[in-house]
Design a binder for this molecule. Structure first.
Ligand SMILES: Cc1cc2nc3c(=O)[nH]c(=O)nc-3n(C[C@H](O)[C@H](O)[C@H](O)COP(=O)(O)OP(=O)(O)OC[C@H]3O[C@@H](n4cnc5c(N)ncnc54)[C@H](O)[C@@H]3O)c2cc1C
Ligand code: SF4
Ligand code: SF4
Ligand code: SF4
Length: 1019
């Protein structure tokens, strides 16, 4: 494996494109249904030429190689800003070089190819695009445009190689590659139905007549002006100059980031002072505008370059990286407005900076064009995202060149950027969507949401069933692993949603809400069909605690045929959910239905039992197993001086609120200490107590750091809770809560900034009652009395696989083991314990769906393919399940996000294979940018792990990847294969069999490539 890409010769490229289309209806992995076909006759004028649409790839990874440009074109790109060249021929770039998990960072956008290598890629792409336009879209007149991009200083731009590059793109007719491409096309005329010699002869050698100057950071203003004058007057090119976001000034950028939740991005102040300053920039632009007009050339600005920032969290190797994507948008659009204001809107602006399907129409409506994108294409869906972008603009095209900017629209857009939900950090927090699983060589498709769920609910299956209104079946799927569908459908912390692929599109599928839809519509029918399970074992289990953990264990054990009694000190079941969580969060009716489901299996309950548990007594009464599911009900002490009698635990308060809120007296003002879900519940409940006028949440860090779920924070805010950030309580006396003022210190390696006291600075709040919500505690005394061993830092000693304690046949789980946790976490423990007890008794633990669920697979495939790469706002109605991409049915993310098309999907039929297609990695096309690693849901990199095709033995020996090189073709193909570190020489017969010691699935994969994908390799 090496990060050097092997360039595909023109003839092979041509055959690849034509054969792939013929064979699978795709071009470089873009499926036919994602081709952008022009049907409405609308177009737009740019530099005096018509193009189908003014969008395309920004100079960067998507315009580096011929195949990248081709993939862009097929999906809707028509304005290609070719990847920049600069004097340093052949850059050594540390890899990986792209980190696009959320906002994007890269370490270099200039081409990695030698300058004339880049030139050849652009010429090859130029020819292929013409051919595809004619052959597939039957269009004779070119409706796309190439724009070259060069960087750095005048001396470099005037150097012989860069000059040859510029002149070559202005007129390529005399170049070797231009002639080679033309000859190859004429030789292969037989490949085409619509392309003929006349068409080929008419392909213009004038590839570019416009240029974008990338004045990367630190280029002196005089130099910028000199280069532009040179490009306009000497090179006779329409010229755009990239402006840097540093023009906004350090304070502006810092404040914007802090306000929008990007406080962890570390800026280099020097980048702002060394760069062109705003006033000088405006004067320069004014001079250049009139200079261009005198020279009858178009001149404008490209908004904007990326922003240099420090590498502080190990995102990429090195010290400095360049930021783009959704955090750049508020800067770029505001800089565009600021500069345009200086010209009263009489300024041509070409745009790039966080543009995507959500904002493209609004950007276009300001008169800004063309618009290029990069970050959105690095996300799942990849190039295919162009189709939606281009189609959104279709109705807005007016067959004209933009004259002036609409300043009112631009102003409104700039102002709204700071509040735009798609650009505020909070909408996608610092979470990685990766699961801890290792990536298999074959059959890798998974639904990451399932892995994010502690009980691995079959999410895509029940979402599809809900979407098809098959509610009872959906309910059946859910309760096969979860006996509390109403409770979890209402208040689950939904960690599944933190892994959802749609997070990289728009917003996670609202999975939890759809579970509730299934519960509400499937419950009645399902309950009519369930019946008590007759115990078929004499073994008896005592479950102590009727909260989520105890209920779940009891449900699964009883369902499997065991006798179970649940004991609880309280008067009814439901645990913390029933007694503590307020009814404005979850109705008691919903809780009752879940308990009825558990009861319906035949679970027995005994309430009001003695809380001084004696395990020995239970054993003496004949219980073979005891499961301690007693929660973590003790409140932690808040260390505070003064009137401590006015300090109450949040949990006892909530419990009192649920039973008799009329008798509570909290005074007028209440402060809740803490930032978790309990704190939010306590604050919202306090607001509902008679006499309370104001409730504060007091927290040591900022709101962004609060551990409560985002929606709980939002509800608290909506209810009118007042957030007091960066305060730590010190004392309460005479109705005054004195708080130490804190500030956030330096970020640690994880990006978290610790609170540090501001010496001697305090804030006082008028407060009558303090509610402490700083965490509940496990009752260790009770455990120790029963001989259960507790280790250091209060870690209870258990077998992690079974949750059995140091006392044989005594188990513990839920909050009682983990401390304050979640309902679904408690269910996962209850499930684990049930499984362990059943296994001990040699009984079957079964989580199969009761009914057999089947789907129309072809319909499903078509729907998934259509949904790919389409951004959608959340529906939260009966269309919401349709947002699910059914990732376990078809993933392919690594194929979509690879700018270089180095990961391919190949349908393979073979013994034991279950996925629709397999992933083949092509070593020669990969530059190890790392983007597929970012988005693969496994804790691995597809470019290192998936089956790799090598184009030469040298590549094979340079790599450690599992993969093969085809040494000899038909009739008896010979292959060199590396598998589990061993090298095998395999000969295949004509039936695709080999006598080598490999699995049939691997042989099938290799044979499929040899037989059906000849265009992928040369022998
Ligand atoms: C205010 C608050 C809000 C929350 N919000 C959410 C949320 O939105 N989403 C979410 O997923 N989780 C939430 N949680 C956490 C969630 O409620 C718990 O993680 C979950 O209930 C734990 O289940 P469990 O069965 O382990 O314990 P519990 O639900 O606490 O049940 C323990 C049971 O054991 C009984 N018991 C205790 N001691 C004894 C004894 N000595 N003898 C006999 N019986 C005993 C109790 O009466 C109780 O019925 C919240 C918790 C709180 C406190
Ligand atoms: S898109 Fe659907 S299957 Fe994929 S992670 Fe999200 S909910 Fe799960
Ligand atoms: S295969 Fe992965 S690492 Fe290689 S170029 Fe493609 S996205 Fe980058
Ligand atoms: S991203 Fe690629 S390698 Fe990873 S699971 Fe999806 S298809 Fe497999």
């Amino acid at each position: 494996m090496s990060d050097k890409m092997a360039l595909i010769p023109f003839k092979q490229l041509l055959h690849w494109v034509m054969e792939e289309y013929e064979h699978s209806g795709m071009v470089f992995g873009i499926p036919e249904e994602k081709f952008y076909r022009k049907t409405d006759g609308r177009y737009m004028e740019l530099f005096g030429e018509a193009i189908d649409t003014p969008v395309g790839p920004a100079a960067g990874p998507h315009s580096q190689l011929a195949q990248n440009i081709i993939a862009s074109y097929m999906s809707g790109s028509r304005f290609f800003e070719l990847k920049s060249v600069q004097i340093m021929d052949e850059l050594e770039i540390p890899k990986p070089c792209i980190s696009a998990e959320d906002e994007c960072y890269n370490t270099e956008w200039s081409t990695e190819l030698p300058i004339m290598g880049a030139f050849e890629e652009y010429v090859k792409a130029w020819f292929i695009l013409h051919v595809l336009q004619k052959e597939l879209f039957k269009e004779s007149d070119r409706r796309f445009m190439f724009n070259m991009s060069v960087g750095y200083d005048l001396k470099g731009i005037q150097s012989p190689t860069v000059d040859e590059f510029i002149e070559g793109l202005k007129d390529a007719s005399k170049t070797r590659i231009f002639q080679e491409c033309k000859v190859a096309l004429l030789e292969d005329l037989g490949l085409f139905k619509h392309v003929d010699q006349t068409f080929i002869d008419r392909i213009s050698p004038n590839i570019c007549h416009s240029i974008t100057l990338s004045t990367m950071h630190g280029c002196p203003p005089t130099e910028i002006e000199a280069i532009i004058r040179y490009l306009i007057s000497e090179k006779k090119l329409h010229t755009f100059v990239k402006m840097n976001p540093t023009l906004l000034g350090y304070e502006y950028v810092r404040n914007t980031f802090d306000k929008m939740g990007y406080d962890y991005i570390q800026l280099k102040e020097a980048s702002f002072t060394h760069d062109l300053q705003f006033g000088d920039g405006v004067e320069m632009l004014k001079r250049l505008k009139s200079f261009a007009s005198e020279n009858k050339k178009d001149f404008g600005i490209k908004m904007s370059n990326t922003l240099p920032v420090k590498i502080a969290r190990g995102e990429l190797p090195g010290e400095e990286m360049y930021m783009s994507g959704r955090s750049l948008y508020p800067l770029t659009i505001n800089l565009a407005y600021k500069l345009a204001s200086e010209f009263n809107g009489d300024l041509k602006i070409s745009y790039s900076g966080g543009a995507d399907a959500f904002n493209i129409e609004r950007i276009f409506a300001t008169g800004i064009r063309p618009i290029t994108v990069a970050t959105t294409l690095l996300k799942p869906g990849g190039y295919q995202r162009f189709k939606q972008i281009a189609e959104l603009l279709d109705p807005l095209l007016d067959n004209q060149e933009s004259s002036r900017l609409d300043m009112a629209k631009l102003k409104a857009l700039a102002e709204s950027a700071f509040e735009d939900a798609n650009h505020i950090k909070e909408s996608r927090d610092m979470l990685s969507r990766k699961t801890p699983l290792r990536l298999p060589l074959l059959d890798c498709f998974i639904a990451p949401c399932e892995n994010g769920c502690p009980i691995e609910q079959d999410i895509p299956e029940y979402l599809r069933l809900v979407g098809e209104k098959r509610y009872e079946e959906a309910f059946d799927v859910i309760v096969s692993k979860n006996p509390l569908p109403f409770i979890t459908g209402t208040i689950c912390t939904h960690t599944c949603m933190t892994k959802c692929t749609r997070l990289d599109y728009d917003e996670s599928v609202h999975i939890r809400g759809q579970k509730l839809v299934a519960a509400e519509n499937g419950y009645a029918g399902y309950m009519q069909k369930v019946s008590k399970v007759d115990p078929h074992s004499s073994v008896q289990v005592a479950v102590i605690g009727a909260g989520p953990a105890g209920l779940s264990a009891a449900y699964f054990l009883t369902k499997a045929g065991m006798k179970v009694t649940v004991f609880d000190k309280r008067e009814r079941a439901g645990g913390t959910v029933e007694f503590v969580i307020p009814d404005f969060r979850i109705s008691r009716e919903a809780i009752r239905k879940d308990i009825e489901l558990v009861e319906s299996m035949g679970v027995k309950f005994e309430f009001g039992v003695d809380p001084n548990i004696s395990v020995a007594d239970y054993q003496a009464k004949g219980f073979d197993y005891v499961f301690l599911a007693i929660g973590a009900g003790r409140t932690g002490n808040l260390e505070i001086q003064g009137d401590t009698e006015r300090v109450r635990g949040a949990i006892p308060f909530l419990e009192a609120f649920n039973t008799d809120r009329g008798s509570l007296n909290l005074g007028k003002r209440v402060a809740v200490i803490g930032g978790g879900n309990s704190a939010m519940d306590a604050a919202r409940a306090a607001l509902r107590v008679n006499g309370v006028e104001e409730v504060y949440i007091v927290y040591r860090r900022t709101k962004d750091y609060m551990p409560a779920d985002e929606e709980e924070l939002a509800y608290a805010q909506e209810d009118g809770v007042i957030f007091k950030q960066l305060l730590a309580p010190v004392s309460l006396s005479n109705g005054i809560l004195k708080c130490q003022v804190m500030e956030l210190g330096q970020a640690d390696a994880s990006g978290r900034r610790s609170p540090v006291a501001k010496e001697g600075i305090y804030e006082e709040l008028p407060v009558d009652t303090v509610l402490s919500a700083i965490g509940e505690l496990i009752d260790y005394d009770l455990l120790k009395t029963n001989g259960i061993e507790v280790g250091e830092k209060g870690k209870i000693k258990v077998n992690e696989e079974t949750l059995e304690t140091s006392v044989p046949n005594v188990f513990i789980g839920g909050d009682a083991l983990a401390g304050p946790w979640t309902v679904v976490g408690a269910i996962s423990h209850g499930t684990k314990v049930a499984k362990a007890i059943l296994q001990k008794e040699g009984m079957e633990f079964n989580q199969e769906f009761a009914s057999r669920i089947s789907f129309d697979k072809e319909k499903q495939l078509l729907e998934v393919r259509t949904k790919k790469a389409v951004l959608q706002a959340v529906r939260d109605d009966d269309k919401e399940p349709g947002r699910c991409l059914e990732c376990n049915h078809i993933c392919n993310i690594c194929t979509e996000v690879c700018p270089n098309r180095a990961n391919l999907m190949i349908p393979v039929e073979g013994e034991g294979l279950t996925n629709r297609n397999q992933i083949l990695h092509v070593d020669g096309m990969c530059n190890e940018c790392g983007n597929c690693e970012t988005f693969c849901p496994y804790d691995d990199a597809p470019y290192k792990v998936k089956m790799t095709l090598f184009w030469s033995e040298k590549e094979f020996w340079d790599s450690a990847n599992t993969g093969f090189v085809i040494i000899k073709g038909a009739p008896k193909p010979v292959v060199k294969l590396r598998l589990k570190g061993e090298i095998l020489d395999l000969t295949f017969n004509q039936a695709g069999q080999t006598d080598g010691p490999i699995d049939g699935s691997i042989a099938a994969m290799i044979w499929t490539v040899i037989q059906q994908y000849q265009y992928l390799y040369k022998v």
